[in-house]
Design a protein around this ligand. Sequence first.
Ligand code: 6PG
Length: 232
Amino acid sequence: MSPGAELRIHVLDDVEAAARATAELLCADARAGSSIALSGGSTPRRAYEHAALLEPDWGRAKIWLGDERCVPADDERSNRRLVEEALLRRLSRPPEPHWVDTTLPPDEAAAAYTTTLLGVTLDLVLLGLGGDGHTASLFPRAAALDESEALVIAAEAGLSPWVPRVTLTIPTISAARHVVFLAVGSEKAEPARRAFAERPSRSTPASLVRSRNGPTTVILDRAAAADLPSTR
Ligand code: 6PG
């Protein structure tokens, strides 16, 4: 599937500004009672912390994870733990959360997570960008990139942490009304160029992920945007 047309790239001065810009997008959807899939990894932590300060009432929203590591919920590698620590515990009214049941084997966890998304169109999906160009747990040249039917699948890790994963598929993410990428730091400059300024490629999964039903927004700090043509 070729990525959608409307790609909006915003370059912010620094990491904090990128986090605040992301938080503003998240909070607008939280206030609207949206269905939001949140990213794991380390980058979004500051955005979640800003979001909790900006809008403490997420009571009308529902949240999912774009992907999860198959580890216990209190494991430091858990994306659920990240979201609970950086966002949910800081809110006056938390959203309705939908977590991956990582007590199940990965395939069963993916099947169970699928049932939480039946009939759901996600309003906003927040994604990160790996140094290898992956996003969610969609890794370069992985079979997961060819999944055209399932909403959620189990996936092998293509980077640390080397644990099995559960991930939304490209069709699920692309069906969202708004896809938002957040990437910061000089180590994301090269993958950002491949993902957002070059032809779509299975070697850069983020280049294959765009919203089909609305805009795709890319939020970068200057360091991560350094290799983009317009900022050279
Ligand atoms: C995960 C994330 C993954 C992440 C990238 C970037 O579960 O790890 O979903 O796609 O967004 O790997 O990670 P950093 O933000 O830590 O660089």
